[in-house]
Design a protein around this ligand. Structure first.
Ligand code: SF4
Length: 333
């Protein structure tokens, strides 16, 4: 008796077990969505140009698309003509920037993410109560500059867990900590653990500063990264939360992980011996850029992506009140 084993399928070695895992959630968070819509609606309502201080969100494709519609991105208020309209970015600004805008009689629309505004409130409250605030974050990042500007005389920046060793304060100093919203959760908790060990009087903020979107994307990339040969993170180089996703993927066990702005930056050599590819994107990344990456994987013989859902997100922020008021007055609300 013979058994028909069927015709062997001729697949390249390893192709039969190839897989593509797609993180969920990924991409736009509520704060980015609100900021991008704010600029779009401002352009519709007031007409071009609308000035935007700094990149509205840290993604070069988003910035280029808005530039094509008439937004002008500037680094500082002094570059904006008197009386013009300016949108402040999702990362927030210090009170000094508000004052500079008022001096130039600018019409301001503040697209600061409400979760960043919350950290600004905490900084003011701790400062008013006489605390020294240990702000965990990256020097030079716009969000850190904005938060530090709320209470410059009260804030000490702490960038890494190792920085804790160098901190000294006079006996009896009241201490609290705050953080940038887009940091690695694990690294930040390690910094806080060391702070508390050295300064037992340390007070916690009333709620997490690392935002829900950053946390959810890190949980998701751990899940898709732990058994992956390659994790591709879509996001720009200046996007803190995107850069953190690469680090978290590697810590979770991914054999390799790279950040790309879009599919064109993916290199052939990355796929050598790779069966499982995982894909995610930072909180400022439009979904069409992820679709471009999935298209490239399909062209290389990888199967359709399987979504790995680790959280549901439904948060939506309303537009800045000053814009809502003008939209309503124009009958466009
Ligand atoms: S990453 Fe978090 S804090 Fe930043 S804009 Fe998005 S929701 Fe807001």
């Amino acid at each position: 008796m013979s058994i028909d084993l069927g015709t062997p399928t001729l697949l390249p070695p390893g192709e039969a077990e190839r897989a593509v895992l797609l993180a969920a959630p990924r991409g736009y968070c509520a704060g980015v969505d609100r900021a991008v819509i704010t600029v779009e609606k401002a352009l519709d309502l007031y007409g071009a140009p609308v000035y935007v201080r700094k990149q509205i969100v840290h993604n070069k494709h988003v910035v280029r698309t808005l530039e094509e519609r008439g937004a002008i991105f500037v680094e500082e208020i002094e570059e904006i003509p008197e009386g013009a309209t300016v949108v402040f970015s999702a990362h927030g600004v210090s009170p000094m920037v508000h004052a500079e805008a008022a001096e130039r009689s600018l019409k301001t629309i503040d697209a600061t993410c409400p979760l960043v505004t919350k950290v600004h409130h905490e900084a003011r409250r701790f400062a008013n109560d006489g605390y020294r605030i240990l702000l965990i974050g990256h020097e030079g990042h716009e969000e850190v500059e904005g938060t530090a500007g709320e209470a410059p005389d009260h804030i000490t920046l702490v960038e890494t867990p190792a920085d804790v060793d160098d901190l000294e304060f006079p006996e009896g100093t009241k201490l609290s900590w705050l953080s940038q919203t887009t940091l690695s959760v694990d690294e930040t908790m390690e910094t806080v653990r060391r702070l508390r060990e050295k300064f037992p009087q340390l007070e916690d903020p009333p709620s997490d500063d690392i935002c829900y979107a950053t946390q959810n994307r890190q949980v998701a990339v751990k899940e898709i990264g732990k058994d992956a040969d390659l994790v591709i993170v879509v996001g720009s180089a200046n996007s803190s939360n995107s850069v953190r996703l690469v680090e978290v993927a590697l810590e979770a066990g991914a054999k390799a992980s790279y950040r790309v702005d879009d599919a064109s930056e993916i290199e052939d050599a990355w796929f050598e011996g790779v069966t499982t590819v995982s894909v995610t994107s930072g909180a400022s990344v439009p979904e069409d850029l992820v679709e471009g990456v999935l298209g490239l994987l399909a062209d290389r013989g990888y199967p359709d992506a399987r979504a790995v859902q680790t959280a549901e997100e439904s948060l939506i922020f309303s537009l800045p009140p000053e814009l809502r008021r003008d939209l309503k007055a124009a009958g466009k609300a």
